[in-house]
Design a protein around this ligand. Structure first.
Ligand SMILES: Cc1cc2nc3c(=O)[nH]c(=O)nc-3n(C[C@H](O)[C@H](O)[C@H](O)COP(=O)(O)O)c2cc1C
Length: 191
């Protein structure tokens, strides 16, 4: 497939619809290499990625369940607690992409964050190019200090995304998107 067709056909696939095989070995290396091949103003490398396989997902899932119970007390149903436990375990592979901007630097932190977003996007496109699929999610866990701490980060560190990866159980349907004409226009400088 031509590169342009890959870009025009990529779709996110719900984490629970991602099954084995997940990228590993050379494929995962290439996906991560594509991830760092992004615009990065000032060459600051403001991104980090953690690869979370089944063992790590189990630990993370137990933490989510524990935090959910702690925060919702008796209002938390068993089904909700189990759903939270499953949250990071829905796909065979999970990546945690975190932002590590240099705060006292002439390159604005926002620009460094843009580079992080570009990394997530390149990871998704590279996975698609190799025949896998993914989904970039955040949710409450990505903002929770205890989750950041468990992953080895301080409270200021932003989890830019959890990227679920695997193989699509079935080909995803297309979703409606705006016409390019709705969001793109020509500016000529003339009144
Ligand atoms: C920063 C960011 C966070 C997101 N977080 C979630 C999320 O927590 N849950 C979710 O269902 N979709 C989330 N999405 C949307 C999906 O990643 C995806 O864009 C959506 O399912 C549409 O699919 P598409 O990529 O095929 O257009 C997020 C997107 C971005 C850019």
């Amino acid at each position: 497939m031509q590169a342009i067709d890959l870009l025009l056909t990529r779709r996110s696939v719900k984490p629970q619809d991602l099954i084995e095989p997940a990228p590993d070995g050379v494929d995962l290396d290439r996906i991560l290499e594509a991830g760092i091949r992004v615009p990065d103003h000032g060459k600051l490398s403001p991104w980090r990625v953690q690869v979370i396989r089944r063992q790590g997902q189990d630990v993370l899932g137990d933490l989510y369940a524990q935090l959910f119970v702690k925060e919702h007390g008796e209002r938390a149903s068993q089904a909700q607690i189990e759903a939270e436990r499953q949250r990071p375990k829905r796909s065979p592979l999970l990546l945690a992409v975190t932002a590590h901007p240099e705060r006292e630097h002439p390159i604005p932190v926002l620009e460094q964050h843009h580079s992080n977003g570009a990394m997530c996007m390149n990871i998704l496109n590279a996975a698609h190019a190799l025949g896998y699929a993914g989904n970039w999610v955040t949710g409450w866990a990505s903002r929770h200090p205890a989750v950041k701490q468990a992953l080895g980060h301080d409270e200021e560190t932003e989890i830019v995304g959890f990227i679920h990866l695997g193989t699509a159980k079935e080909a995803p349907e297309q979703r409606p998107r705006p016409d390019v004409a709705e969001i793109a226009s020509e500016w000529t400088g003339q009144a």
